[in-house]
Design a protein around this ligand. Structure first.
Ligand code: ADP
Length: 231
């Protein structure tokens, strides 16, 4: 893990809606994530965890405040700029995998590479390398519905890392999995952080999933508290 901040959120404020319908989520929220860290983000339902994760991923605009990722300010960027930036910087991993049902596992993993100008051979090589890293090489020709939840999440992780982004944003990545399969997925995430230096921010409500992280952040009533994980 490096000490240089990789993610810096300063004085972040988020309010959904306006006037009498305004829903304040957080205010004056600061967060620093060092490069290569594996951080868990916990807190009650509705506390704003997904909102914060999406703001860091440039999917949700802040009402006020700033966010920099890898030294780049993302607030105020256009949609097109954000899309290009996301493609090279972030892999997203969701609770329900978000795979394309009509595409087999290899084609799902390949999707982010279609935004880059790579030859078919190079794309194939990268898909195979990513699938190998997460242990799903034997299922590449199957469509998602022929795969178990754990296998689908491996495909989703391979898709998230195939373009080698430095940051992985995970929203309840084990929320739909049984304990044994969750453990396998969390071991993969930990290895991606420890061995490949990926910075990982993972929203979870499961304390045993959070135990895999280096640090646990808790968001509650608009306040963010950090505790070092001693597990
Ligand atoms: P968490 O991930 O911690 O469960 P969320 O970030 O999903 O919390 O939501 C935080 C608050 O913002 C909740 O009160 C939720 O209802 C509200 N919220 C989330 N998204 C929207 C939206 N698009 N429009 C209005 N309110 C929203």
């Amino acid at each position: 893990m490096s000490d240089a901040p990789f993610i810096e959120v300063c004085a972040a404020r988020k309010v959904y809606g306006k006037g009498a319908r305004a829903i304040p989520v957080f205010d004056r929220l600061d967060l620093t994530v060092p490069g290569g860290a594996f951080m868990a983000l916990m807190g009650p339902s509705g506390s704003g965890k997904s909102t914060l994760l999406h703001a860091i991923g440039g999917l949700e605009q802040l009402t006020a405040g700033s966010i920099s990722v890898a030294g780049r300010q993302i607030v105020g960027k256009s949609e097109a700029q954000l899309a290009r930036w996301r493609a090279g910087t972030i892999g997203f991993i969701f609770q329900f995998y978000n795979l394309m049902p009509m595409l087999n596992a290899a084609a799902n993993i390949e999707l982010p590479l279609l935004l880059l100008s790579l030859s078919g051979n190079e794309r194939r090589r990268r898909v195979e390398a990513a699938a190998d890293l997460v242990g799903i090489s034997h299922r590449l020709r199957h469509r998602p519905r022929a795969l178990s939840g754990g296998e689908q999440q491996r495909v989703a992780i391979a898709r998230a890392i195939v373009s080698d982004p430095p940051l992985l944003l995970c929203d309840e990545p084990t929320g739909d999995l049984d304990r044994a399969t969750s453990t396998e997925v969390l071991e993969i995430l930990r290895a991606l952080s420890r061995d490949l230096g990926k910075t990982i921010l993972m929203v979870t409500h499961d304390p045993s999933a959070a135990d895999y992280a280096d640090q646990i952040l808790t968001l509650d009533k608009g306040r963010l508290d950090a505790s070092r994980n001693t597990a």
